[in-house]
Write a protein that binds this ligand. Structure first.
Ligand SMILES: [Zn+2]
Length: 50
């Protein structure tokens, strides 16, 4: 995941490196939490490798 900060509204955006999924959260911990949830459900093999 590549988290980037959005200067316009102060939120953080994270993009999945394996599909077109992305997430917007107000804080980095929330961003990581959402990304891990995505990995578990959409890329279980990637999740298990962690
Ligand atoms: Zn993905």
């Amino acid at each position: 995941m590549k988290p980037t900060s959005n200067a316009i509204d102060g939120e953080l955006t994270g993009e999945c490196e394996r599909c077109d999924w992305f997430v917007v959260r107000g804080s980095y911990p929330e961003l990581v939490k959402a990304y891990h949830h995505h990995l578990r459900s959409e890329h279980p093999r990637t999740w298990l490798r962690r």
